[in-house]
Design a protein around this ligand. Sequence first.
Ligand code: FMN
Length: 197
Amino acid sequence: MHYGDRRPEGLPHDPFKAIVAPRPIGWIGTRNADGVPNLAPYSFFNGIGTGPHMICFSSMGPKHSFVNAKDRRDFTFSLATEPLVAAMNATSDSVPDGANEFRLAGLTEGQSVEVAAPFVAESPAALECVTLSATRLKDRHGNPTDAHLVIGEVVHTHIRDEFIRDGRFDVTLARTLSRLGYMDYATITETWELARP
Ligand SMILES: Cc1cc2nc3c(=O)[nH]c(=O)nc-3n(C[C@H](O)[C@H](O)[C@H](O)COP(=O)(O)O)c2cc1C
């Protein structure tokens, strides 16, 4: 099958997220205007550069994480892993601005070194970021869309020492989560190597 704007009846649910998968989950920490911590998962998330390291996430509508990262000019990423899945999911709940999702999910606020936003201390790895841009994306006709994209430069990295094996961050030890389509998730339990030509 193939289709444009109109999805065939045989596909009652949009397969887009199942096709663009697996996606890493950016567990985004910010502070609101009053300094109250905010935490939420974003799977429209990825690393987009190494010189300097840059990451991005996209909010469908100007959610708290977008507004906070835009206004306060910083945010954190914490790695979402299988042992933390219940807490990660809990932080996706719609709660009013000013509700501290670290506290609601029973998580510890890790104190950042270079930015104000906290990170998830229980997570195997976290990145502190300075916001480079926070913009509402436009479609091909120039019309504004729901997607609000934040790009950040990584200024500090946290890794819990027990997840380093032979000088490498071990994703199978961390049991890194990824988001698939529908209600599906996957855990990284196995990796293999391939040398570049
Ligand atoms: C695994 C997962 C991934 C998610 N990814 C996104 C995403 O990429 N963009 C988005 O707008 N919402 C996403 N959500 C929903 C947000 O986490 C949810 O709307 C949350 O309440 C936003 O919180 P905030 O307003 O504090 O930023 C995701 C939820 C889950 C559980």
